[in-house]
Design a protein around this ligand. Structure first.
Ligand SMILES: *Cc1c(COP(=O)(O)O)cnc(C)c1O
Length: 480
């Protein structure tokens, strides 16, 4: 399997292998990597995969994307990643060995539990695999990497829990000082591993992000100190997320003739992009139901054909904060497919985005073609979220978090008779106590692994908004 850039003309000689793009982010031309052609899955394969463990299903799916890791090694990596010990927060009544159990709320409507990993959010599903892939490839190449990132909560903690204790990897994670929830702060700052460095920046999330950009733009520093990233555009993360669409599909059906719809709470378009890839591979997905919160830039596109990224100032802070985005970094991957994989069209559209404008496809053949990709969309506001959390608890006795509630709100609107709807759960309610208290008048249950979390000792280096100070800190730590 060779990989191409959404913006490049990629002659054969410039395509890349999986391991070549694993540690990087953007392609040199500023585009995102995608397989040269999507691998396909036959009906017979799907039938044969029905009884595989999650780890072996992950091996089967990822093998289609990875041909430069020997199969026996890749299998060992998926088996090391997807274990009941890692996904230990399965709820009572679940089989933890399922990794992502499908919980039926009623016939035809289920929740795929993706949040049983160490940080209680679906990002663990791919990030844990990434941690093991990174460690393996770095060891093979005798290399090291220093991951630099900024987080407002979920991504940073998922990255730290995936990379903790890994050889050849250090994580320097910037977070806004005093602005994360006590739970999120405790999750990150209590990690004792010497390869994890938390930097609390006296500023906002955007300040932290700007520091990461400034450091990464210093090419000499970046090369000398082997600075890397694990952001949501990383192809391996998308590929690892494809697996649970297969798992959810197989759990919801008895034969590979039946279509299944999926509802996906969306922000950066990474999660649902994996659903799009699964559908392009031939998994019988009917609709991909994309749900946004008040930050509805993607919903607007699927309804109108107009893509109009917002500025950070125009971005609302909501009770489903992990979906508070102004532009969707993975969206370019879908648009590449939508415009017939024509890099010159993508280049043109994104030159307008980079100039701070949007684009309008409403009067183009591409928009006419859009229904072929199965997307339908909707959005949800705070009051919908609270009402959905109540409704789901009162009707089914199940507590869902605010992001999953956004997905369910739109799932209820878009359900079709006779076709199962699988709503992806993206976090556990324990992560967002405040909204649950508002909706249900009580705190959500907390998995046993998280009890007493806030009383553990914490450590973080508090710093000003100053890229040079962050660089000095990194250099000092590497010298120790
Ligand atoms: C990251 C995240 C999302 C959004 O996923 P994208 O891949 O960015 O679309 C939704 N819910 C939760 C809880 C998340 O952490």
């Amino acid at each position: 399997m060779r990989y191409i850039s959404t913006r490049g003309d990629s002659p054969k000689s410039q395509t890349k292998s999986f391991c070549e793009i694993l540690l990087g982010g953007l392609a040199p031309d500023g585009g995102l990597y995608l397989p040269e052609a999507y691998p396909t899955v036959s009906r017979a394969e799907l039938d044969a995969w029905r009884h595989l463990s999650y780890a072996d299903l992950a091996f089967a799916v990822l093998s289609k994307f990875i041909d430069d890791i020997p199969p026996a090694d890749l299998k060992a990596l998926t088996r090391k990643t997807y274990t009941a010990e890692v996904y230990c927060n399965a709820r009572p009544g679940d089989d933890a060995n399922e990794i992502t159990p499908l919980r039926w709320l009623e016939p035809g409507l289920g929740i795929l539990e993706l949040s049983n990993g160490p940080t209680l959010a679906f990002k663990d599903m791919a990030m844990q695999m990434l941690g093991n892939l990174f460690e393996y490839v770095l060891a093979r190449e005798g290399e090291e990497i220093n991951i630099l990132g900024a987080t407002s909560g979920d991504t940073g903690s998922a990255a730290e829990y995936a990379m903790r204790g890994k050889r050849g990897i250090r994580v320097f994670m910037l977070s806004p000082h005093g602005r994360m929830s006590p739970f999120q702060r405790a999750q990150m700052y209590s990690l004792p591993d010497p390869n994890i460095y938390n930097i609390a920046v006296r500023g906002m999330f955007d300040d932290a992000q700007d520091i990461v950009k400034a450091v990464s733009n210093d090419a000499a520093f970046k090369a000398k100190y082997r600075i890397g990233a694990v952001n949501s555009i990383n192809w391996a993360r998308v590929a690892a997320q494809v697996v649970y669409y297969f798992k959810g599909y197989l759990a919801a059906t008895r034969s590979a003739d039946e279509p299944v719809d999926f509802a996906v709470p969306s922000g950066n378009f990474g999660n649902i992009c994996a659903g799009h890839v699964a559908r392009m591979m031939g998994l019988p997905i009917g609709q991909l139901v994309m749900a946004t919160n008040e930050n509805d830039v993607l919903d607007e596109f699927f309804r109108t054909g107009v893509y109009r990224p917002r500025t950070p100032q125009q971005t609302f802070t909501t009770s489903s904060p992990s979906m508070d985005i102004s532009k969707a970094s993975n969206f370019e991957r879908f648009v590449f497919d939508l415009v017939g994989r024509e890099p010159s069209v993508v280049r043109d559209l994104w030159s307008r985005i980079d100039a701070g404008e949007g684009f309008d496809l409403s009067k183009t053949p591409y928009f006419v073609d859009l229904p072929r990709f199965g997307f339908v969309s909707g959005s949800s506001r705070h009051a919908d979220r609270v009402e959905t959390i109540r409704r789901v608890f009162d009707t089914y006795g199940v507590t869902v978090d605010t992001h999953t509630a956004d997905g369910l709100k739109v799932a209820f609107e878009k359900r079709r008779p006779g076709i199962p709807m699988v709503a992806l759960e993206t976090a556990l309610p324990a992560k967002f106590e405040e909204a649950i208290v508002e909706a249900l008048g009580r705190k959500p249950e907390r998995p046993r692994s998280m009890e007493g979390l806030e009383s553990l000792p914490q450590r973080a280096e508090v710093m000003d908004v100053d890229p040079e100070a962050v660089k000095r800190y990194i250099v000092e730590q590497l010298a120790r």
